[in-house]
Design a protein around this ligand. Structure first.
Ligand SMILES: *Cc1c(COP(=O)(O)O)cnc(C)c1O
Length: 440
């Protein structure tokens, strides 16, 4: 395939010779959109630079973490000072206490434990929920991603009440036979499984506002309903805020519902923004539940690099800089880009719907509303691929998949936003042309 990014193409070939698919996380390979993944060699503010020296406005933000933009001077300074003091001690450290205090101050959680990835956070939260309740069944929603935890890489069985099937080869049926998968935003389905299996359910885990099938916000009162039905049946409500935490508001999704409505999840998972671009994640919750975790309690959980001083310094500095002004800016930028994308798609005659929660949004190339995974699956992926490549050619880096949120940062200034707005009309026309091509 001819390419105008020869350096990336050559690197991709080298990468494929030594790494499956040439990438260390599948979506980076561009399989959903085709073409050559760009090898990014540096990033600053809202901009990425690739191995061929091309610049792009970044609308991925490392898939969520880069709330302040890339190479933020204060974050870099704090990290460099921390590196100079050594990179890992395997002892308690100051920054992990400070980061835990910051998270407890912002969110509903009373105690927090650090891990190194969102996957580890949800895996550990489920173990703790099972250990705390002495029960074994886990309920999740189709289209919600919680990392690559065996029990959660599950797809719905043949009926609502049947246990799930492995979502990938390599997951034994025994790992998903205690998982129930329900359609999102479906209260009747939740009521039905609790009526049937209530006393076996250890926890219900949900993305606080799903962002991994595109952004599919909970309908008003849905999270409160989940919290209440869990409480009534003695199950724990696990809210996965790995993507939404410190992103959609300064308190995460909980700032939009629980904090307003007066309820709190039993356990919450965090990641992405709280690591400031380093591998750091966490799970936390009510003191009574967290008390069951080793060394206070019997439920085992550990990690060599958990609470790493560099990662927690980056996260702490990021959160301290993530002020109300930052969230107000993110909100304005997200609204501007979202509205411009809709205007361009309307102008080109492409069916679409933009959905958002706080400062996080995505654009589905299908009629809305999108309430669950079945709705999201109707998005026109071929039209998105054309849209994506037009944007990329014009210097805007969107997620290389139709089912992902678009992330903005505090560093998205007028120049970066204008570059996005300038690119949208051509991209919308490319999407329209792809649809006409496939209809013909
Ligand atoms: C990204 C994500 C995870 C997994 O986090 P990793 O750090 O990639 O393991 C879990 N839950 C949600 C909601 C996520 O968006």
């Amino acid at each position: 395939m001819p390419t105008d990014v020869p350096a990336s193409a050559a690197l991709f070939e080298r990468a494929q010779a030594v790494t499956p698919g040439g990438v260390n996380s599948p979506v980076r390979a561009f399989n959903a959109v085709g073409g050559t993944p760009r090898f990014i060699t540096s990033a600053r503010g809202a901009w990425l630079t690739d191995a061929d020296g091309r610049d792009y406005v970044d609308l991925i933000g490392s898939w969520g973490p880069m709330l302040l933009g890339h190479a933020h001077p204060e974050v870099q300074e704090a990290v460099q000072a921390a590196v100079a003091r050594g990179t890992s001690y395997g002892t308690p450290t100051v920054p992990e206490v400070e980061l835990a205090e910051e998270i407890v101050a912002r969110t509903s959680v009373e105690r927090v434990r650090f891990v190194s990835s969102g996957t580890e956070a949800t895996m550990s939260a489920i173990r703790l929920a099972r250990g705390f309740t002495g029960r074994d069944v886990v309920v999740k929603f189709a289209g919600c991603y919680h990392g690559h935890v065996d029990a959660l890489l599950a797809s719905a069985g043949s009926g609502l009440m049947t246990f799930a099937l492995p979502g990938t080869p390599g997951v034994p049926a025994s790992s998903t036979e205690l998982t129930l998968v329900l359609p999102y935003n479906d209260r009747a389905a939740v009521e039905q499984v609790f009526a049937e299996h209530g006393e076996r359910i250890a926890c219900l885990v949900t993305e606080a506002s799903p962002g991994n099938m595109g952004v599919v916000p909970p309908e008003p009162g849905f999270n409160a309903f989940l919290s209440e039905i869990c409480r009534r049946h003695g199950a724990l409500f696990v809210s996965d805020e790995v993507m939404t935490g410190f992103r959609v508001t300064r308190q995460g999704q909980w700032g939009l519902d629980g904090a307003v409505e007066g309820w709190a999840p039993d356990l919450v998972t965090f990641g992405k923004v709280m690591g400031g671009g380093f591998p750091a994640a966490a799970f936390g919750g009510r003191a009574e539940v967290m008390h069951h975790l080793a060394p206070e309690g019997p439920v085992y959980q550990a990690g060599t690099l958990s609470g790493n001083p560099i990662a927690t310094t980056a996260g702490l500095t990021t959160l301290r800089l993530a002020t109300d002004d930052v969230y107000a800016h993110l909100d304005r930028v997200a609204t501007t880009i979202r509205e411009a994308a809709c205007a361009a798609l309307t102008g080109a005659g492409v069916a679409h719907v933009a959905q958002s929660t706080g400062t996080m949004f995505s654009v589905f190339l299908t009629e809305g509303p999108v309430r669950d995974f079945d709705d999201a699956s109707r998005t026109d992926t071929a039209a998105y691929a054309a849209f994506f490549h037009s944007m990329l050619d014009q210097g805007v880096y969107l997620p290389p998949s139709a089912y992902e949120a678009w992330f903005v940062s505090a560093a998205h200034d007028e120049r970066a936003v204008q570059a996005v707005l300038d690119a949208l009309p051509d991209a919308a026309r490319a999407a329209a042309a792809a649809q006409q091509g496939s209809a013909a």
